[in-house]
Design a binder for this molecule. Structure first.
Ligand SMILES: [Ca+2]
Ligand SMILES: [Ca+2]
Length: 292
């Protein structure tokens, strides 16, 4: 059987390229074994069965902006908070340590400036958080994290209960879409699975609101002991969705596109994605945080 490049691997390669500027990362970026694929559904270039143009693309990191607007709003500059964020970023750039002291697993030779940060009021609580998107490491170690500054203790506090893959979209109503680092199931090109997180003002933290995966029949008709659930595919497009509570993965209850749309809208409610002032992790950009 012809070897197939799975979306999971594509995303992994994409992240690795983003992290290391084309430097080859061998087995470490490929993740666990992916399911077998039909012979003719290859995603390699020039394949007759290449995905349609409107198929979801493996997630990628957005481009960092030019460094003329450090701080993304500026009010943190020269403040104790800006100083604390700058110190944390220095520790990240120089010692490869996250603000919680964890080692990032920096891979020698990776381009540090491919990592990104932003200082921005992500949760609309009136204070700017520090967002870190760290990719100069193995797939499993790539991290997206949000830190708030505690003005009483001077410490940084993580706003997510765990590190996430650095594939985050922040919406202006406090919802965050966190794309999974792997698309190893049978969603094919219909959907990139993700978890939605919701900001809780009372806790000043994000909590998981739900997650979604899909099954694309054109990708695979039989999987994991199951036939594709045609009875749930009401619109007949060969795609069904699985709406799940966080941490409770199950393919027991397939639904169709309309129910998925309603589910997503129940969280997003017309919210718009924030355009974040992402900066490359460079000494200049960190210094600019201090200098204001
Ligand atoms: Ca905030
Ligand atoms: Ca369908």
């Amino acid at each position: 059987m012809k070897k197939r490049l799975f979306p999971a691997v594509l995303a992994a390669l994409l992240l690795a390229l983003a992290a290391c500027g084309g430097r080859q990362l061998p087995e470490v970026v490929q993740g666990p074994a992916a399911p077998e694929a039909p012979e003719n559904s290859a995603a390699v270039p020039n394949s007759p069965a290449a995905p349609p143009e409107d198929a979801p693309q493996p997630p990628s990191l957005p481009e960092a902006e030019e460094p003329e607007i450090p701080g993304g709003g500026g009010s943190s500059a020269s403040s104790p908070m800006g100083e604390a964020y700058a110190a944390a970023l220095e520790d990240l750039a120089q010692n490869h340590l996250l603000p919680n002291g964890e080692d990032c697993g920096f891979i020698d030779g990776c381009d540090l400036s491919a990592n990104q940060f932003a200082v921005y009021d992500l949760d609309a609580d009136g204070r700017e958080e520090l967002l870190i998107l760290y990719t100069s490491t193995y797939m499993a170690g790539m991290t997206g994290a949000v830190y708030d500054y505690d003005s009483e203790t001077g410490a940084l506090r993580e706003q997510f209960p765990l590190p996430l893959p650095p594939l985050l979209t922040f919406y202006d109503n406090g919802i965050v879409q966190a794309d999974w680092s792997h698309n190893q199931g049978v969603a094919g090109y219909a959907l990139w699975p993700y978890t939605l997180w919701r900001y809780d003002p009372a806790a000043d933290a994000y909590s998981a609101a739900g997650m979604v995966d899909a099954w694309d029949k054109s990708f695979m008709e039989f999987y994991d002991g199951q036939d594709f659930p045609d009875q749930a595919d009401l619109d007949g497009d060969g795609v069904v969705y699985y709406l799940m509570d966080y941490g409770d993965y199950s393919r027991e209850h397939p639904v169709d596109a309309e129910q998925y749309r309603q589910w997503r809208e129940s969280f997003l409610d017309g919210a718009a994605a924030l355009e974040l002032p992402l900066m490359a992790l460079t000494a200049e950009n960190i210094a600019a945080l201090r200098e204001g």
